[in-house]
Design a protein. Sequence first.
Lengths: 206, 173
Amino acid sequence: MDFPAFLKSLEDSGIARGVRSSLYYFPFLESVHVMALAVLFGTILVVDLRALGLASKQRPFTRMSAELLRFTWGAFIVSALTGSVMFMTNARVYAHNTSFQVKMVLLAIAGLNMAAFHLTAGRSAASWDRAPAAPRAGRITAATSIALWIAVIFAGRVIGFTTTGAQAKEAPTTTVNFDDFLSGGSAPDASAPAAAGSAPAAADHP
Amino acid sequence: MNSFAEWLSTTLPSVFIQTHEAWMIPVIQSLHITGIGIAVGSALMITLRLLGWVGTDQTLPDTQRRFGPWLSGALYLLLASGALLIVAEPVRELVTFSFWLKMSCVLAMVVIFAAFQASVRKHGVSWEQTLARRPGVRLAAMLTFVLWGCIIILGRLIAYDHIWGHLSPATKA
């Protein structure tokens, strides 16, 4: 199966149809996605600031990261699941959305950055566990991590603004510019863009 | 409220954001979400410590001193970015059921954390041996997680206020 057909099959799946058929599922998925990313970003920030030596300097790094990593990974799984289901509801539009693509690249870089931390400062963590800050490599990756996750949040938010009212066409050229969106999307009556005939899931104001 | 919102939308700051809204609104909203991450993260650290699930190498007052300022700092960021979003789109924000219910939840959260902070200041480390062991206090701590969830859901629902049906003032307009 080629990629466009795969995306189409995601949109035709039972889950995607179910979410599109309801007024409530998509906002609920978005809300759970925000809750998960709040826990994800919040816990990452706590650990990164510790590694940078900007906060919690007197606490052992390994203990903090071990305790919080459970919450970070739990939140990551929840955001990945909710994000995947949202993606499925309008897969062809999201797959060709620049902000979505940027966000996925940023997530991949964040993963590599995390690996870089573990291979450098993470490996020697026992030696600086009670030091105020991580060695240089650890501080660089920690600062990079904070910047990347903030960028992920920004890119994610822009997806909603650039896909509102967009409906997948067989030719994957669908883009909705800001003018299209702003003409209908800013009113409290968020159902207006749905008139375009697209799925309610993708039609709402971001 | 409707006429106030409409008046606000004609003021200079509002018109300024509206003319640049293509980039300003996503940027302000992203700042708002970053603030939510900092607030939820800080509140999570304090509440999990209160429950004794995380960070027990640090006393509760120390945990409060470490994360309390981040929580209030995030609150100011949220108030500032939230106020800008209201100025930018007064009708979309203010003429909704979700917004006012969210503000009620935010107010409840602020009262809870202010009371907690004052109590920890007053009782110091003895807080953990006394109050933190009371089932009522532990239940209240766990309920703050639910309250955070409500605040986030209601914040998102501002964009979908019509799902409240007749409760939404937008549907009457």
